[in-house]
Design a protein around this ligand. Structure first.
Ligand SMILES: NC(=O)c1ccc[n+]([C@@H]2O[C@H](COP(=O)([O-])OP(=O)(O)OC[C@H]3O[C@@H](n4cnc5c(N)ncnc54)[C@H](O)[C@@H]3O)[C@@H](O)[C@H]2O)c1
Length: 237
């Protein structure tokens, strides 16, 4: 039976691109997302779609229970679902803060907590890929909750790599500016990148696929920045 990859936040943009990338490679693919409209718009019959909130423990348990019955295996988890929550620091409430941490960090923890046992039951080795952000290591004003959640993911990644080895590898990817479906940006916005362009969803999928396969079997606990060089560029005026 084909390998199974699960992707949180797979109904839009990066997560959706990753899901279709894996389908094209012949994998079984399951997504969990809390955007019902976006889920309904995806008509691909081979994609297993689940309506659920990654910060809700019961939703995650139900999701994996259904997968266990249907596929009886789990090979790769891509933690991708996140919310922005950028807000002036002095207007950021405790609830705003908790909401971002709940989805962006606790959601990743729950996806692994209930997914890893299924992976360990399955033949072969597993791979977990946590999508962080370059905002884990650099900021603009108003990034407190989002940047903290994304930096937390980097800590979660190396801790899990220690706890889940040798049978499961855990790595993070920190994207820079990745264009959404049909998003257009100006020439100057492209050219500011050291490689001369902003990122595409395919750039993320290429790295996700590499980290999912045995070709990367000596790599775990790492963070891969994929940003066209933006975090290596001095911008002092
Ligand atoms: N696009 C970029 O430039 C960029 C840059 C750096 C990092 N990232 C990261 O990449 C990932 C995907 O980004 P994107 O731009 O595709 O985001 P997006 O907002 O377009 O898509 C996120 C998906 O997650 C889902 N989601 C949100 N909260 C959820 C919840 N509680 N439960 C289940 N699903 C939920 C949304 O419905 C949506 O389908 C995120 O982790 C984001 O932080 C994106």
């Amino acid at each position: 039976m084909s390998k199974l990859v699960v992707i949180s936040g797979g109904a839009n943009n990066i997560g959706k691109g990753i899901a279709f990338g894996f389908l094209n490679e012949g994998w079984n693919v399951a997504i969990i997302d809390n955007n019902i409209e976006a889920l309904k718009k995806i008509k691909e019959p081979n994609l297993f779609k689940f309506f659920g909130d990654v910060s809700n423990e019961d939703d995650i348990k139900k999701f994996y229970n259904e997968l266990k019955i249907k596929y009886k295996r789990l090979d790769v988890i891509i933690n991708n679902a996140a919310i922005g929550g950028f807000k002036n620091f002095f207007e950021l409430t405790l609830n705003d803060w908790k909401k971002v941490i709940d989805v962006n960090l606790t959601g990743y923890f729950l996806m692994v907590k209930y997914g890893a046992p299924l992976m360990l039951d399955c033949p072969g080795k597993g791979s977990i890929i946590n999508i962080s952000s370059t905002r884990a290591i650099m900021s603009e004003p108003g990034n407190e909750a989002y940047s903290s959640s994304k930096a937390g993911i980097l800590g979660l990644t190396h801790a899990l790599a220690n706890s889940l080895g040798p049978n499961i590898r855990v790595n993070a990817i920190s994207p820079g500016w990745i264009l959404h479906e049909n998003e257009q940006v100006s020439e100057i916005e492209h050219k500011q990148h050291l490689v001369g362009r902003a990122g595409y969803i395919q750039d993320i999928f290429n790295l996700v696929l590499f980290l999912s396969e045995n070709k990367s079997e000596f790599i775990t606990g790492q963070n891969f920045v994929i940003d066209g060089g933006m975090t290596k560029k001095m911008t002092y005026i």
